[in-house]
Design a protein around this ligand. Structure first.
Ligand code: RIB
Ligand code: CA
Length: 317
């Protein structure tokens, strides 16, 4: 077994971020989770930070360090997605206020301090608008030397989800996404071309319903309520588990297929704000700056997810 992967997650819970956190904490032998940074995004920072603490508490992990970061984008006004995730970000459930506390440091300070001092290269998983990460890169570019891989949920080669042209995370902060794709690293990119293949079916929800542990029982109504928006707009058969795909990739890279390409983010203030122009056929002849996925083995992904959730009760899925 390889040594646990040094990992930082940057997120904006949000239903799917919440599940991604539970996946990381269930696979504790695979990850050395150095901390979770949070930004405003799906809902306001006061909710995304609280929801992050709630996920850690639900998972029984009072040890996890959570850092609040930027409440909104670098330049733009925060566009929340409460229609998708509910007013407080956890559609369909109400959890008691968390008894955990945020760390005092700002998320950007934590990112810089950790990435400048940790003795091994760190993997950065992002499932939110990229404001925290972009600011850390701008303030201290040397952190890039100690990053093993940046795996980001964001972008789209085809249709958008918050606009016809753009995926939410990159639409919310296009400048931050631009900083990521021009920082010199090859960004592992899981866009909605892939995540829309990871749809929560009623059949899978029935399997989840058979798990008796408190984590599975807590998220069941949330994942059921999460179906509503995506089924209404995107011609899919359930809720789309965008962010869990990032953790699924880190746990089993063979589930995902894609290729090295050049990606450019539209930072205009036009209808195509936040669009990712993915040069899949290398027509522009520009240097590779991303590995973009276009396929996931959804059946194995959901088997993996169910197995992780079953771990919270020592159950066999
Ligand atoms: O477009 C999907 C992404 O935007 C996901 O990360 C979801 O949580 C929202 O943040
Ligand atoms: Ca998210």
């Amino acid at each position: 077994m390889n040594a646990p992967l040094p990992l930082i997650l940057d997120c904006d819970p949000g239903v799917d971020d919440f599940v991604a956190i539970l996946m990381i904490l269930a696979a504790s032998e695979r990850f050395n989770l150095l901390g979770i940074t949070v930004s405003g995004g799906n809902v306001a920072l006061r909710y995304t930070a609280e929801n992050t603490l709630k996920a850690c508490e639900l998972a029984g992990r009072r040890d996890v360090k959570v850092y609040a970061g930027c409440p909104g984008p670098l330049l733009r006004t925060l566009a929340i997605e409460d229609g998708v995730h509910g007013e407080t970000g956890l559609k369909g459930i109400t959890l008691p206020p968390s008894t955990l506390k945020l760390q005092p440091e700002h998320a950007v300070d934590f990112l810089i301090e950790t990435l400048m001092t940790f003795p091994q290269k760190v993997t950065l998983a992002t499932t939110a608008p990229l404001t925290n990460v972009a600011l850390a890169i701008v303030r201290e570019p040397r952190i890039l030397d100690n990053i093993e891989e940046i795996v980001t949920m964001g972008g789209s080669m085809h249709l958008g989800n918050i606009t016809p042209a753009a995926e939410y995370n990159f639409y919310a902060d296009p400048e931050a996404a631009h900083i990521l794709y021009t920082c010199g690293k090859k960004i592992t990119t899981i866009g909605i071309d892939v995540t829309h293949q990871a749809v929560v079916s009623l059949e899978w929800l029935e399997q989840l319903k058979h798990l008796k542990n408190p984590v599975a029982k807590t998220i069941f109504p949330m994942l059921h309520a999460f179906r509503e928006y995506d089924m209404k707009y995107f011609e899919v058969g359930g809720g789309v588990l965008h962010d869990p795909c990032v953790i699924g990739y880190l746990l089993n890279r063979s589930l995902f297929k894609g290729k090295d390409v050049h990606v450019e983010v539209d930072t205009s203030f036009s209808l195509t704000r936040g669009r990712t122009v993915v040069d899949w056929w290398h027509k522009r002849g520009l240097p590779i700056n991303a590995h973009v996925f276009n396929e996931v083995n959804a059946e194995e992904f959901f088997d993996l997810l169910l197995g992780l959730l079953a771990r919270y009760g020592g159950e066999a899925p």
